[in-house]
Design a protein around this ligand. Sequence first.
Ligand code: PMV
Length: 314
Amino acid sequence: MGPLWKRSATSPGKVILFGEHSVVYGRPAVALAIDLLTTVETTAYSREDMTLGGSPDAYDRNPYLKEAARMEGLRGLDITVRSSVPMGSGMGSSAALISAFLTTLSAEPKDAPALARNSFVCEYQAQRTGSPADTSTVTAGGLISIGGRGYGTELWQVPAMHGRGPWRVDRLRDPGWTWIVAFSGVPKSTGPRVHEVGVRLRDDTSHLLDRITAVAEDGIRALERADRAEVGRLMNLNHELLVELGIGHPSLDRMVAAVRGSVLGVKITGAGFGGSLLALTQGGDEERVARLFSDAGGIPFVVGSSPQGTRLLP
Ligand code: PMV
């Protein structure tokens, strides 16, 4: 029997500029969809088994795809994934995978708010925690704020999950800068790390969440003015607070030390404990800073924004 249908969709990756972890508790975060794409091709057959890259075991080990297929009540799918986003790097690989895969599952282009909400539910079920920051950003494309009071043009709301949220998702004006993301090579697993941070925050008496929120709100205002130096300064402040939160790693310290004098700002992006750093320079010297990152053991990516979010390919 030949295939019943075959569809492909693509989704950008993402970086978090301000507010990772605190966004889980409804505080504001800012994230940018980046031009590192994940493409999912799904072929449906009239049978029961599921494969990823031709392997039933690989499918079985992928909680994100399993949650998404279960949500849509579909079986008999062959799924192929091509991605320039390294897994576990903090660049939104799982969010891009879910959002693109869900998009392939219906013939009509999905309504973006529904896709963002469903993608979050799948990611949450797979990780048992988290915020809609990644899934909403890759679905929307461009520069986005998630949580907080709302800072731009509202795109959608993501309903509360197990007592956290709801999160308002807004579009912000993207200054269109080039960024450098450097993967430490140390993959991290978001779910357990978010839990770990939650435990630390229970005993926090130093108002860390409030301090991160103040930096994120200043960051939103600086982005609005396209004030590059101020955004860089606030990234450095956010990084210090994330280290105080306990999500640093020796590999990240080495990379930060290697570029500190050459950038406007550098910070952990995503869950931390490994994962990636995000850096912003004066502009024009991104390749040089990328080399500094690789000399310090990192895997650098010079990235721009992706104004387009997840979409079905023709
Ligand atoms: O999965 P990562 O590394 O992109 O981290 C996402 C950001 C967190 O705030 C740590 C978790 C979340 O779901 O918001």
